[in-house]
Design a protein around this ligand. Structure first.
Ligand code: SME
Length: 172
């Protein structure tokens, strides 16, 4: 299924999320493949927020994060657990906001233009199945408002979609 999103760019960031999340919720169709659903989720986020230079998913398989559906420039295909912002967020099972990527030790620069980033782990029943990663060409693009709504979104995704073979993280 596909729908046109209604996005009012004059809204505050909080209002935009409050408007967007129900629309994403109705875009999701659990009877369709995970890849189709996550593709539309990344497209919806990219369309809604001009500040996003790259948005997408990395999915956990064999204790590594592999590139999943995304919008933006080509990106690194594999990230080790504990490495970079994505690997750290997955390993620590917590959201990481990076105001300035140059100050994050071990940041993986898939796109040299990226300046700030937020990574939210996809967790259900304490099992990590991947991460949602958003990048921006501006410094300090993401804050607690993004964290709050993106965590809400990720929790909807893990409860409604079948992330088959979600794996617990055992070791790095
Ligand atoms: N910067 C990320 C790598 C993924 S790209 O930004 C798409 C990281 O440090 O994990």
């Amino acid at each position: 299924m596909s729908d046109t999103l209604i996005i009012d760019k004059n809204l505050s960031r909080k209002e935009l999320y409050q408007n967007l999340l129900p629309q994403i919720n109705s875009l999701i169709d659990a009877s369709e493949p995970l890849i189709s659903n996550l593709s539309n989720v990344s497209a919806a986020l990219k369309e809604a927020f001009d500040k996003i230079s790259w948005v997408g998913f990395y999915l956990l398989k064999d204790q590594k994060l592999f590139l999943g559906p995304f919008q933006g420039k080509t990106a690194c295909t594999v990230i080790e657990l504990g490495k970079g912002v994505c690997g750290s967020a997955a390993f620590q099972k917590k959201t990481i906001i990076v105001e300035n990527v140059d100050k994050f030790p071990g940041h993986i620069a898939c796109d040299g233009g990226s300046k700030s980033e937020i990574v939210v782990p996809l967790i259900k029943d304490n099992l990590v199945s991947g991460v949602l990663d958003l990048d921006s060409y501006e410094l300090s693009s993401f804050d607690m408002t993004d964290q709050f709504y993106l965590e809400k979104l990720c929790s909807t995704l893990t409860s409604r979609l079948n992330f088959d073979k979600a794996q617990s993280i055992i070791s790095i």
